[in-house]
Design a protein around this ligand. Sequence first.
Ligand SMILES: CC(C)(COP(=O)(O)OP(=O)(O)OC[C@H]1O[C@@H](n2cnc3c(N)ncnc32)[C@H](O)[C@@H]1OP(=O)(O)O)[C@@H](O)C(=O)NCCC(=O)NCCS
Length: 332
Amino acid sequence: MTALLRPGTDEDADGFIRLIGDCWSEYPGCILDVDGELPELRALATYFREAGGALWAAERGGRVVGMAAARPLGHDAAHEICKVYVDKAERGTGLAHALMAAAEAHARDAGAERLVLWTDTRFEAAHRFYEKRGFVRQGSIRILDDISNSLEFRYAKPLTGLAVEALDAAAAASAERRLTDLLVACVADGASLTYLAPLSPAAAQGYWKQVSSQVALGKCVLLAAWLDGEMVGTVQLLLDMPENAPMRAEVAKLMVAPQARGRGVGRALMRRVEQTARGIGRRVLVLDTRAGTPAASLYASLGWTELGTIPGFELGPDRQPADVVFFWKALG
Ligand SMILES: CC(C)(COP(=O)(O)OP(=O)(O)OC[C@H]1O[C@@H](n2cnc3c(N)ncnc32)[C@H](O)[C@@H]1OP(=O)(O)O)[C@@H](O)C(=O)NCCC(=O)NCCS
């Protein structure tokens, strides 16, 4: 039986305080001092209502076993997700996803275009959860100067419609798990992306770790696309060119989750990667892909010039030699 999700009330104070205290006690050095540092926990529904936000409680057998809240930030059409806690015994049941889905739906209905949240740098399980839901690290660490000596990461994601953003090294590292799922799904679907199915998640994650370090070294621009808050696509601009070719870059590893195809994500990623290249003075772009694929049609429709086809240049999903077509584009 799943827990009951309902609006949180001020009368839930004892339940919320016990739940947060239990969660913090899993991490050495995390001390909950309600009256000294978080007095709002005594009337949390009022606190979020006055901030224009909302609070949820999950209850089982009269006991609070989960909570989440959301509030507008008053700038950038952004909402902050706050106070996401789930009782240890309820983890892995989908309750955390249900709480986040409620908070995200509320923010969307309130007109938010972006979600942000802060999470203690020690709460690694929470990081994995937020990353799974498409959040990426953004900006620098916040120092709380509290008795727990808390340091917090900021996570964020676009919430509505189709959005493409560049990931810096921290964001890229935080996106590795989601990008791993994406690469594994696209390779399983037969994509021309270097690997042959079945691609193990460990090998895919190793690949994305290399990409994160290339981003950190300034040798690669990594773009990600979100559709309605879910990270569904990516592409790279490879910048590590010979000394005599500073005007050149290669577009690589364009991929869109199979269930998100045909909705303009691939086109948006390609437009943004071209715009990025132009912005940093890379005027001549090259790429290649398997002949006859949707990707080849996309590049042609975006004005890329087909250079030619090399027969049997890679293995297709059936492990038989397949033709590869090369494209180039000069940016005005
Ligand atoms: C290629 C890929 C990125 C396209 O992503 P997408 O989000 O579905 O593309 P879009 O919805 O933006 O479509 C843009 C254009 O691509 C072309 N296209 C997309 N899917 C197509 C298909 N199944 N058949 C033919 N053309 C197709 C069309 O020109 C389309 O324009 P239109 O919608 O005006 O007809 C996606 O199919 C993919 O991830 N494929 C596997 C990975 C891969 O092969 N990557 C290339 C590495 S070089």
